[in-house]
Ligand binder design. Structure first.
Ligand code: M6R
Length: 369
């Protein structure tokens, strides 16, 4: 049932192009508009929404962090993202015009379930983004958008994450479409780009051998740091989480802009630092800033592992290892940038002799608070 792969995780990483395509299936019509009939919250109600609040845990939380950038950009609705376990205990401000989005692969995560129950008690509408049909979270929500990734068996979430991202983009674009923002043309262009993204994920998967080799060469390291900015920041956090849970290594993700506010003190000779570089097109200011960051950490001895778009030549002089990803619209980059980090963590875990599908101390779904 592992389909010829040694681990479910490898199988699930490989299934991502199909999973991503399946999430989009039937949701983009012939003229390139979104049809999300399953979202049983009326267009009129969606036009009234004055705040979006996303609740989730772990990897799903990272998908939520990325969704915030997309939702605020395309809809101009303020969006908060909160760890489900923190949410209800701080007495959050919610009302009938708040739209709460609960993201969960399993649909059984107790923290997320309790957060959505709390939201509904305050009169808010809850939309679930979930991978497991008929599970508790969608059953208790007002509406659900299924990710259709197929069963995810490995404890470390991979294809569920990519499909959660696609579902989040769909919700953001749909909200933009329903409310008619000034980004109409951009929204249509991104919908077109999304329909090609499965092929781009496939292309990334075809170039992963050097990443595996690099991972094996780092098997005796104790620490790996991850840096990113804008949507690359949650990608850095996700890369670090994968490494913790699979390789049992000390791994931390930082917003690159925070380096000077503390983390740069950690940099020492030969410390591996993975940097997720935003597109040099789009938000080119942050691209240039991150290139300076790479220069700064390398000058202090870091071994730089740079994930950058094809054609981005500015990073070349400062990259000890360069991992290329296809060019995508800025907000969609996490769909391609996360894949090398999954492969990296999986290979490191194997090299360290760890159980890839069943890491120690972890369960696939956390059904206690
Ligand atoms: O089933 P859920 O998406 O609600 O699970 C949330 C987290 O427990 C989960 O993403 C966890 O962080 C993964 N093991 C990460 O790989």
């Amino acid at each position: 049932e592992k389909g010829g792969y040694d681990y479910f995780m490898l199988k699930e990483i490989a299934e991502q192009p199909k999973a991503v395509a399946d999430t989009l299936l039937g949701r983009i019509d012939a003229v390139g508009s979104l049809t999300l009939d399953e979202v049983r919250i009326s267009a009129a109600e969606l036009r009234e929404v004055d705040k979006v609040v996303i609740v989730a845990c772990g990897t799903a939380f990272h998908a939520g962090m990325i969704a915030k950038y997309a939702i605020e950009h395309w809809t101009r609705i303020p969006c908060e993202v909160e760890l489900a376990s923190e949410f209800r205990y701080r007495d959050p401000i919610l009302g009938p015009r708040s739209l709460v989005i609960a993201i969960s692969q399993s649909g059984e995560t107790m923290d997320t379930l309790m957060a959505l129950r709390h939201a509904r008690e305050q009169g808010s509408k809850v939309l679930a983004i979930c991978n497991t049909n008929g599970s508790t979270i969608p059953r208790e929500s007002d509406a659900v958008l299924y990710t259709h990734a197929g069963p995810e068996v490995a404890v470390a979430s991979t294809k569920a994450f990519l499909t959660q991202l696609v579902a989040c983009y769909l919700v953001a674009l749909y909200l933009g479409q329903v409310r008619g923002t000034k980004w109409g043309d951009e929204i249509s262009a991104v919908i077109r780009d999304l329909s090609h993204i499965s092929g781009e994920v496939e292309r990334v998967l075809e170039t992963m051998e050097p990443v595996r080799e690099l991972a094996r060469s780092l098997a005796d390291k104790n620490t790996v740091l991850f840096l990113g900015r804008h949507v690359g920041y949650p990608v850095a956090l996700e890369g670090a989480l994968k490494l913790k849970e699979l390789a049992y290594m000390h791994a931390e993700g930082f917003a690159a802009g925070e380096l000077k506010h503390g983390p740069i003190a950690l940099i020492e000779e030969d410390l591996p630092v993975v940097v997720v570089v935003p597109s040099p097109r789009g938000r080119s200011v942050i691209h240039d800033k991150i290139v300076s960051n790479i220069q700064e950490i390398r000058a202090r001895g870091a071994r730089t592992i740079v994930i950058a778009e094809e054609g981005d030549e500015a990073v070349v002089p400062y990259a000890d290892h360069l991992i290329r990803i296809p060019a995508t619209p800025t907000l969609l980059q996490p769909l391609v940038a996360t894949v090398p980090l999954q492969v990296f963590a999986c290979e490191l875990a194997t090299a360290r002799g760890n159980e890839v599908d069943q890491p120690r101390n972890l369960a696939k779904s956390v059904t206690v608070e």
